[in-house]
Design a protein around this ligand. Structure first.
Ligand code: NZQ
Ligand code: ZN
Length: 386
C-alpha cells in the first residue's frame, strides 16, 4: 500500500429533513452567495425551504442562478465578481456536481486577484477560498465531499479539473428525497459516473492495497444493485440513499488512497464534453467498456477478472475468459439494464474531425495511469466508441 494522507473535513448531514442544518452557515458570517442551476430547485421546492431556513437564521442571501451542466467559466467569473463587490462571507451550492463545482471556483476566485480561469488551469494557484457549503440534489460526482471542480470554456473547447484542499466543502446536506425528481437520463448518467470514479481508483497493479480495493468492490455492488431500482422506482428511498452515499465515497479518497495510480477514462470523457457538450456520465458509460477492451492483456486480465468475480459473481479459472465476460456484463449493465446510449453517435457526435486534437490533449492526462495511453491509443478508443 502506498503512503498517503487522508483528510476529509466535510461535515455530512445525511437523511430526510437534514436541510434544517443550513442554519449552521451562521458560523461563517452573515452574507451568503446561493448558487444554483437552471431551476430544478424551484420546481421541487428545495429553493423555498432553503430560503426560509437561511432567513430565519438571519442570513442575507445573494443569488447566482443558471449554472450550466458542464459549468462555464463565464458564470464562475460572474460569481467571483459578486463575492468581491458584495463582501460575501460564504458560498452555498444547491444542485448537482455542476453547481457545486461552479461554487467552488467562485469561492476560490473571490480570494484571487486574477482571472478565475488561472485557477482552473493550475490548482496550485488556489491558496484560499470562501467557506463552501452544499445541498446535493443529484448523486453522481461526489463534489459534495471532495477537493475537485471541473470547469469548461466552450470558446476554447477546454474542460479541465482543478483541485485544492480548501475546495472541500465545510458542510454538505445529503437528503436522498431531493433526488426523487432526477430524470431517468440523469439517474443513469449519475450511476455511471460514480461507477467510473470507483473503476478509476480500483484498477491498479498494487497488490497489497486490500482496503481500498474491497471498499471499491462494495461500492460497485451497491451502485449496480440500486442504480436500476432508482431508475424504475424513482422514489425508492433506500435506492436513492445508497446511491447518494456510495457516490460520495467513490471519490472522497477512500478507494483511492494507497492504491490508485491515476485516472484515464475521465481525461478522455472531458474532451468529449469540451467539444460536444455531452452529459459526463453518458460519455463515461460509452468509453469505459471500450477502454477495458483496449487495455485487456495477459497482464491486466487477472485484475479485470477479479472485478468480474468479486463484483459480478462470475466464476472460472481462466482469467482472460472471465475478464472478457466481465466487460460484456459491464456493457449489458450500462446499455441494457440502465438504458444508456451505447456509442458516440447516440449522443450526437456524428463526425470524427476533432478526434486527433482531442486525443492529443487527453493522452497528456493518461500517462501515469493503470495502463498508460498514448495519443494513438486514445484515438483508437474514440474510433471504437464511435
Ligand atoms: O440545472 P438544474 O435545473 O438544477 O438541473 C440539473 C441539470 O440539468 C438537473 N438536476 C439536478 N438535480 C436535480 C435535477 N433535475 C431534477 N431534480 C433534481 N433533484 O440535472 C442536470 C445535470 O446536473 P449536473 O449538475 O450537470 O450533473 P452532475 O451532478 O452529473 O455534474 C456533472 C458535472 O460534474 C463534473 C462533470 O464533468 C460535469 O461537469 N464532475 C465533477 C467532479 C468533481 N467535482 O469531483 C468529478 C466528476 O468526474 C465530474 O467530472
Ligand atoms: Zn466523473
Amino acid at each position: 500500500m502506498y503512503n498517503f494522507t487522508f483528510y476529509v473535513p466535510t461535515r455530512i448531514h445525511f437523511g430526510e429533513g437534514q436541510i434544517s442544518h443550513l442554519s449552521e452557515l451562521k458560523e461563517s458570517g452573515s452574507k451568503v452567495l446561493m448558487v444554483y442551476g437552471g431551476g430544478s430547485i424551484k420546481r421541487n421546492g428545495i429553493y423555498d425551504k432553503a430560503m426560509e431556513i437561511l432567513k430565519e437564521a438571519g442570513l442575507s442571501v445573494t443569488e447566482l442562478s443558471g449554472v450550466e451542466p458542464n459549468p462555464r467559466i463565464e458564470t464562475v467569473r460572474k460569481g467571483a465578481e459578486i463575492c468581491k463587490t458584495e463582501g460575501i462571507d460564504m458560498v452555498l451550492a444547491i444542485g448537482g456536481g455542476s453547481t457545486i463545482d461552479c461554487a467552488k471556483v467562485v469561492s476560490a476566485g473571490a480570494k484571487y486577484d486574477g482571472d478565475p480561469w488561472d485557477l482552473v488551469l493550475d490548482g496550485s494557484k488556489i491558496k484560499s477560498a470562501l467557506p463552501i457549503y452544499s445541498v446535493l440534489t443529484l448523486s453522481a460526482t461526489g463534489s459534495e465531499m471532495d477537493e475537485f471542480a471541473v470547469i469548461t470554456d466552450m470558446s476554447k473547447n477546454e474542460k479541465w479539473g482543478t483541485a485544492a484542499e480548501c475546495l472541500k466543502p465545510k458542510m454538505s446536506v445529503l437528503d436522498p428525497t431531493y433526488t426523487y425528481s432526477v430524470s431517468k437520463k440523469q439517474t443513469a448518467a449519475g450511476t455511471a459516473d460514480m461507477m467510473s470514479h470507483t473503476f478509476e481508483n480500483y484498477f491498479s497493479f498494487e497488490e497489497g492495497a486490500d482496503v481500498p480495493k474491497r471498499f471499491g468492490e462494495g461500492l460497485l455492488m451497491t451502485m449496480m444493485k440500486y442504480g436500476p431500482i432508482a431508475l424504475n422506482d424513482p422514489t425508492n428511498y433506500d435506492a436513492r440513499a445508497n446511491l447518494m452515499w456510495a457516490a460520495s465515497h467513490a471519490i472522497n479518497g477512500l478507494t483511492r488512497v494507497g492504491n490508485a495510480p491515476g485516472w484515464c477514462v475521465h481525461p478522455m470523457e472531458h474532451e468529449l464534453s469540451a467539444f460536444y457538450d455531452i452529459t459526463h456520465g453518458e460519455g463515461l458509460a460509452i468509453l469505459t467498456p471500450v477502454w477495458m477492451e483496449h487495455i485487456l492483456s495477459d497482464k491486466t486480465a487477472p485484475i479485470i477478472a477479479t472485478y468480474g468475480k468479486n463484483v459480478l459473481g462470475l466464476t472460472g479459472d481462466n482469467d482472460m475468459t472471465v475478464a472478457k465476460e466481465a466487460i460484456e456484463a459491464t456493457k449489458k449493465f450500462f446499455f441494457e439494464t440502465m438504458g444508456m446510449p451505447a456509442n458516440l453517435r447516440a449522443v450526437g457526435i456524428t463526425e470524427k474531425t476533432n478526434f486527433d486534437k482531442m486525443a492529443e490533449k487527453a493522452s497528456k492526462g493518461c500517462e501515469g495511469c493503470f495502463v498508460p495511453l498514448s495519443k494513438d491509443d486514445v484515438k483508437e478508443i474514440f474510433e471504437a466508441a464511435f
